[in-house]
Ligand binder design. Structure first.
Ligand code: SF4
Length: 402
């Protein structure tokens, strides 16, 4: 295969989650190894890869929009579509004028197997796990990604060491259901513990984790300075009946206890939560339970998703549909709550100093996931870790070298 595309300029565009972004980064590595030149704009590319997502109806729309935009860019590149929408609806994508090839997920995996990422951003996303043994009733993705897979721990160490040697100071571990990582007897906690020795100049952030997979060993690791005090936990609902109908593997009380355990170990942890609004059968009472729970939980932000019925999940999601106007109203309420929570969480850190990774001359990201506008940081190197004092300019958080 080497040399096959050596004369080519290639662009890789991505829709969807961090796992997709990590895979796009690995595809960039493959293309580079084969001698292709990477470009950003589709109109500069001979071949353009579009890595799609299908997690929601909105994800379908934006993936299709991206494909159409790329196909219209001139002079027309060869367009290869891959990712979860390509796996789920290949015929539909083949009909889009300008699409040259559609890859299923097996073909994508075969192209990127064994490769670490060439990150297209300041942080490196390292895919260590794929596939999901769970069957959440609303989820179309777990059935599309094939059986559970884990990058062997020694290869994770090698790839992490290479990324740190290449100058990356933050590496985000990603997976479809990251907490189910297993390499023989090595769990995710064991993997992370083994990586700490390589982190003297860098830090590790954990991607989203299913709440039931966060065991005590993992919680204890949050006390390590090399592990960012930031967790993203998909809650989805604050109503036990809905959680049962969603096939989720925890209940509200366990979720609350998990947050208590985390904050006992590292009180400054920024906890983000996913929630689905308008799941069929979500009555006023069940929404009220979700609202009350989220209003009392010590969280830093919410990601709120209006429910959308996905192909293949219909019987599991049978139930009284929630009127659209009600869904919109609930989404609005919870997003307003999220905004408040972001402000309240950030306010706790104004006037304090935190380690932050310099993303551009004007932007940095703290260990606890606060985005800062850098002030007076002209001397700070791109991607370096710096100690920044957090301040405020109106609603914007600032960071100046301490
Ligand atoms: S945990 Fe649930 S929502 Fe997440 S990928 Fe697995 S089945 Fe889908």
């Amino acid at each position: 295969m080497r040399g096959q595309v050596s004369h080519l300029r290639a662009a890789v565009l991505t829709a969807g989650c961090r796992l997709n972004q990590a895979e796009s980064d690995a595809l960039r590595q493959r293309l580079t190894l084969e001698g292709a030149t990477l470009v950003e704009a589709p109109e500069q590319a001979d071949v353009c890869y579009v890595n799609t997502c299908t997690v929601t109806a909105e994800a379908d729309r934006s993936s299709l929009g991206l494909i159409r935009r790329v196909c219209r860019s001139g002079p027309a590149p060869r367009v290869v579509v891959l990712g979860c929408l390509a796996e789920r609806a290949p015929e539909r994508l083949r009909q889009v004028p300008g699409v040259s090839e559609v890859w299923d997920n097996a073909r994508k995996q075969a192209r990127i197997a064994g490769l670490g990422p060439i990150p297209a951003r300041s942080r490196a996303l390292l895919k260590v796990q794929d596939g999901c043994p769970y069957r959440c009733s609303f989820c179309v993705v777990s059935g599309l990604r094939g059986p559970p897979w884990a990058l062997p721990a020694h290869q994770v160490r090698q790839q992490l060491a290479r990324l740190v040697a290449d100058g990356f100071r933050e590496v985000v571990l990603t997976g479809l259901n990251l907490g189910t990582y297993r390499d023989g007897a090595t769990t995710l906690a064991g993997l992370v513990r083994g990586l700490l020795a390589f982190l003297d100049r860098a830090r590790l952030r954990l991607g989203p984790l299913e709440p039931d997979t966060v065991d005590d060993a993992l919680v204890c690791l949050l006390a390590e300075p090399g592990v960012c005090p930031h967790l993203h936990l998909p809650l989805q609902s604050g109503d036990d009946d809905l959680l049962a109908r969603m096939n989720r593997r925890y209940r509200v009380e366990e979720f609350e206890l998990l947050l208590e355990r985390v904050l006992r170990v590292r009180p400054e942890t920024n906890i983000g939560v996913d929630v689905i609004v308008g799941f069929p059968g979500e009555s006023d009472k069940s929404y009220e339970r979700t609202w009350r729970l989220l209003a009392r939980l010590p969280i830093g932000y919410l990601h709120v998703f209006p429910f959308s019925l996905r192909p293949g999940t219909e019987p599991a999601c049978a139930g009284e549909p929630v009127p659209k106007a009600k869904v919109r109203e609930r989404v609005g309420e919870l997003r307003a709550l999220s905004d408040r929570r972001r402000r309240e969480y950030a306010a706790r850190f104004v006037d304090s100093v935190r380690p932050a990774m310099v993303e551009t001359a004007q932007a940095a990201l703290t260990d606890n996931y606060l985005r800062l506008k850098v002030v007076g940081g002209e001397a700070l190197a791109f991607r370096s870790l710096a100690r920044l004092r957090i301040g405020r300019q109106g609603s914007v958080l600032t960071g100046s070298p301490d």
